[in-house]
Write a protein that binds this ligand. Structure first.
Ligand SMILES: Cc1cc2nc3c(=O)[nH]c(=O)nc-3n(C[C@H](O)[C@H](O)[C@H](O)COP(=O)(O)OP(=O)(O)OC[C@H]3O[C@@H](n4cnc5c(N)ncnc54)[C@H](O)[C@@H]3O)c2cc1C
Length: 480
């Protein structure tokens, strides 16, 4: 057992998994044009665990073995900060563009497995032990996990069991064997699944009602498990590092997971027919606080990238000293500062649970998550406004290297850069703003942790109304 290298990781993906893309199955996900670039980027992240000085930031010794810090439950504020420093290494190496770098799910699984008291409730004790064992195994093998929490979007006005009418679509238990339960149905989103070692299926996507026990099952399976198929969306990978500096590298694939009479080995079942556990697992394990720390660290890098690109655009047009562009850039800086302040406050006010895990403070993490997704969206909007037609009126690398190279260098030059450099800046801007890749990044930041409308509504529900009432009374009853 040891830390994964990039080569180990790529080798493990060649396991005969059933991945559909463009109407055909993919024989080898590491060599498919649409999947290969992200696989290579993740392999490069793993390699950073073996090189100094990043090795020291990304890994730590645990029970005599070196392992990823993301697979270790922080027991103190110092360990929490050390974990974030590791998050930052991978975020910078992937420019914040890989939302599902393996530290995300390692952090999530670690949070789940640590709260044994919660998962051991009622009849679930043996399954809770499965979860602890699975976490230990994933940590020791340094696995790259994908997850699917989201159920089908067949009819959102109906319950989970009502999805699909006479032919149910939601994932459910349809039988039991000595080796394990049989499941059938679908999950609507599993990012990175074609490029992960295993798929973690948790919760039912929405609260289950009494009578819906068949829909309550959480488990993990390797991606080559018989009965599991992945249906990929259209790839957003584009060719060429100059033409598409981001889309040529970071398209982490999203897909639907279809389960057709898949037998889940009993030792890989973590929750079984338990509506309470199903409903409360995120709050009970402080899922949002833990993964939120990783998200904020990564998102800060992503916002910096949008800011750096917008700044280069403004420089190129000679408007770096003009009021309006400086105001727009200053707004992004402010949002970035708020994002980083939330992250620091969450670490400074961290608390320790009954089960000995140090957790980032809830309020600053949640506020930071809500605000920073909007900061990223407005940074991209600012980039679009500042770039305008320059976004698409750019030559390609073929033009830059063709017979018109000198003409391009002259006519496309900007106030502070030659035509070639300026073209490269605007191609980067286009990947963030105009490409399908950039649109998906925006959607990802907005939705990957659930519906933001409900998140804001929850913030209002949890707001201290008594305090507001007192302030209002003071205002209304103030001195004449
Ligand atoms: C790029 C991307 C990657 C993702 N990766 C993963 C992943 O790896 N694993 C995973 O589990 N999930 C993933 N998510 C899915 C994420 O969990 C869902 O997008 C999220 O839960 C929101 O669900 P939805 O997309 O169906 O939108 P909805 O929640 O349906 O929201 C769409 C709109 O409908 C409105 N709406 C929905 N229901 C109601 C209602 N009852 N009443 C009133 N209005 C309503 C919402 O407010 C919103 O405006 C990913 C999402 C994206 C975009």
């Amino acid at each position: 057992m040891s830390l994964t290298t990039g080569a180990d990781y790529l080798e493990r993906l060649k396991d005969g998994r059933k991945v559909w893309l463009g109407g055909a199955t993919v024989a080898d996900v590491t060599s498919h044009e649409g999947l290969k670039p992200a696989a290579r980027e993740i392999a490069a992240l793993y390699d950073l665990q073996h090189e100094s000085p990043t090795r020291e930031l990304l890994t730590a010794e645990h029970r005599g073995e070196h392992c990823s810090r993301a697979y270790l439950a922080p027991g103190s504020a110092a360990e929490l900060v050390a974990r974030r420093e590791g998050f930052e290494v991978w975020a910078r190496a992937s420019l914040g563009m890989l939302g599902r770098s393996p530290d995300y799910m390692a952090t999530c699984l670690t949070a789940f497995a640590a709260n044994q008291t919660f998962f051991s409730a009622g009849e679930n004790k043996g399954f809770a032990e499965n979860l602890a064992r699975y976490h230990e195994d994933a940590r020791r093998r340094d696995l790259c996990l994908s997850h699917t929490f989201a159920g089908p979007r067949t009819d959102k006005s109906k319950t989970v069991s009502g999805q699909g009418g006479s032919v149910a679509t939601a994932l459910r238990i349809v039988g039991e064997t000595d080796s394990g339960p049989i499941v059938r149905g679908m999950r609507s989103l599993a990012t990175l699944a074609p490029l992960a070692d295993e798929l973690l299926v948790f919760g039912a996507g929405r609260p289950l009602a009494a009578g819906e026990e068949d829909y309550s099952i959480s488990f993990a399976v390797p991606l080559d498990t018989p009965g599991l198929q992945l249906l990929c969306r259209e790839p957003f990978t584009r060719n060429g590092r100059v033409d598409h500096p981001l889309a040529s590298r970071f398209d982490e694939m999203d897909c639907v997971a279809i389960f057709e009479d898949l037998v889940v080995p009993w030792e890989r079942v973590f929750v079984y027919r338990d509506l309470e556990l199903d409903r409360n697992f995120k709050v009970a394990t402080h899922f949002n606080e833990h993964v939120g720390q990783q998200v904020l660290a990564r998102r800060a890098v992503k916002i910096q990238l949008a800011l750096a690109t917008a700044s280069a655009v403004v420089e190129s047009t000679g408007l770096a000293k003009a009021d309006e562009p400086r105001r727009r850039l200053g707004e992004i800086v402010t949002g970035l500062d708020v994002t980083e302040a939330c992250l620091r406050a969450a670490e400074a006010d961290a608390f320790t649970t009954d089960w000995g895990m140090c957790v980032p403070a809830t309020k600053p993490v949640l506020a930071g998550l809500r605000v920073s997704k909007d900061v990223y969206a407005s940074a991209v909007e600012t980039l679009r406004d500042l770039s305008a037609s320059g976004l698409f009126m750019t030559p390609t690398s073929a033009d830059l290297e063709g017979p018109l190279a000198d003409v391009i260098s002259q006519y496309y030059r900007g106030a502070t850069m030659d035509g070639k450099e300026r073209t490269r800046v605007y191609r980067l801007a286009w990947d963030l703003v105009g490409e399908a890749f950039g649109s998906r990044q925006l959607l990802f930041e907005k939705y990957f942790l659930g519906d933001p409308a409900r998140s804001y509504a929850a913030a209002w529900d949890q707001c201290d109304k008594n305090q507001l009432g007192n302030i209002l009374a003071d205002a209304l009853g103030g001195r004449e």
